[in-house]
Design a binder for this molecule. Sequence first.
Ligand SMILES: [Zn+2]
Length: 225
Amino acid sequence: MAKATRQRGFEYFGVADHSKSAHYAGGLSVEQIAQQHREADRLNKRFGKDFRILKGIESDILADGSLDYDDDVLERFDFVVASIHGRFKLDRKAQTQRLLRAISDPHTTIIGHMTGRQLQRRPSYEIDVEKVLRACAKHDVVVEINAHPWRLDLDWRWHQAALEFGCMLSINPDAHSIPELDHMHWGVLMARKGGVSADRVLNAMTLAEITRYFRQKRCSLARAA
Ligand SMILES: [Zn+2]
């Protein structure tokens, strides 16, 4: 995947496998995370300065809004995408609270596919999108524009509001295979349709910039501890 990403002209590949709660989807155990990080370090040495694998995880947001790894595990990543993958039926208040708790967790870098909708398959779960976006801006949590054609979530109709509140966005392919890396294209089109400029997109940053961004986030994590 990293090589294919590099071939497509990107400067970095943010790997973000599913987390341990998602065993149905090959979620990583703590031991597998260590293994993956060793492999990333090995490949990064080989890639040299102009390409890098950034170590991430898509951590499940549990029903109470907590993330599904302990803090000492979450601290090993460059970035953490926090997403809801179950318990879609909570009422609007509880579902919103659940997301707000995940956003206020200092380990959370990005909120993945915020509303959970899948086009032509299922509607979004009930949340107060405005409240959630405002919380993301407040806690410096980036909002994903999921580029998978089934998702395209955050919906482009919310992009201007997200920008107004002060959010940064990140266009992520949700790729589970090499061909799916090219979903990026749809995400970029949606961001353009929503009027999002590159300076508000996390992964439009250069490798040096995004590395600095993640480092700063980790410093504030250390301060919070
Ligand atoms: Zn997901």
